[in-house]
Design a protein around this ligand. Structure first.
Ligand code: AMP
Ligand code: ZN
Ligand code: FE
Ligand code: FE
Length: 286
């Protein structure tokens, strides 16, 4: 039988709503054979996920790194999935810590802006609810929902709220430096949802060409934020550049409606990722 491989999922180590333990159990229950834990800017969920790994499930340890491309003004934010890198690589560890700190600065500033407009939500409550995980706008969205100000995360990301009016940039990692660091740490970098126009601005194909030359391994094509035409474009570009192609759910628990395994990666692409990795290996229980 063809293995079911989902290479992008979040836990409470960032802005997902399942703990790493619950995530691997949910992945097994959903019938996955391989799942990647890819929390934003952290490896904090790895160990708990490894310890809780159910029989039959293979865990790919990864992260989703907050990057920025400075080739246009204002710089474009983008996400880089990094698989199987050494979690102790000093420069990468430092950069991830810096970005997590920058997220807290930015989150608190967003909350101050909301408070200045008379919106009664509390930063300390948001930090407490994040429980030590990487803080993101979904945590602020959850506070807006608790306060009865919006009905859903989707509404909280609308233009009147976190999508535009109360949107602030964070101090991300330059995308070329991130690709270089992930490779230096023995990891395999894959550009997450590169054509997701519905999430905001996207980068031109020329940047992806340059990133491929700089060490990018692959592109995420099948993703809920890509239309069929966008996914097809990504697949064609990957073929042209010799990059591998992934498909993933980008599961976030109840912060999003997408289910584990909603999009999947072909076994050939998965094998290419594993073959390139020099940091850590996939883990299977038993
Ligand atoms: P941040 O990392 O703080 O900038 O927040 C971005 C995160 O918010 C993404 O990783 C998604 O999990 C989530 N997100 C972004 N756009 C939306 C949206 N339109 N609806 C729901 N969640 C979103
Ligand atoms: Zn997220
Ligand atoms: Fe992302
Ligand atoms: Fe993600």
């Amino acid at each position: 039988m063809t293995p079911v491989i989902d290479l992008h999922a979040h836990s409470t180590a960032s802005d997902g709503t399942l703990t790493p333990v619950e995530l691997v159990r949910a992945a097994a229950d959903a019938g996955l054979d391989v799942v990647a834990i890819t929390d934003h800017d952290t490896t904090g969920g790895w160990d708990a996920a490894v310890r809780a790994l159910p029989p039959g499930l293979t865990l790919v340890r990864g992260a989703e790194i907050s990057c920025r491309w400075h080739g246009v003004e204002p710089a474009v934010p983008l996400h880089l999935l990094a698989y199987l890198f050494d979690p102790g690589h000093p420069e990468l560890v430092d950069e991830l810590a810096r970005v997590r700190a920058a997220r807290e600065v930015r989150g608190e500033r967003i909350v101050r802006l909301l408070q200045a407009d008379g919106i009664d939500i509390s930063w300390s409550e948001i930090i407490t609810a994040a429980g030590g995980g990487t803080v993101g706008r979904p945590h602020i969205a959850a506070a807006l929902i608790r306060a009865g100000l919006v009905a859903s995360t989707t509404e909280a990301f609308g233009p009147d709220w976190l999508g535009e009016r109360y949107r602030l940039p964070k101090d991300d990692i330059d995308v070329f430096r991130a690709v270089e660091l992930v490779r230096a740490a023995g990891g395999v970098p894959v550009f997450a949802h590169p054509r997701a126009t519905r999430r905001g601005r996207i980068v031109p194909d020329e940047l992806i060409v340059a990133l491929a030359a700089a060490g990018l391994a692959g592109l995420e094509a099948d993703h809920e934020d890509h239309s069929p035409a966008e996914a097809a474009h990504v697949r064609a570009l990957a073929a042209e550049l010799g990059l591998l192609v992934t498909g993933s759910s980008d599961f976030h628990g109840t912060h999003k409606s997408v289910r584990l395994g909603a999009h999947t990666t072909a076994v050939e692409a998965y094998k290419r990722i594993v073959a390139q990795a020099r940091g850590v290996t996939p883990v299977a229980s038993g």
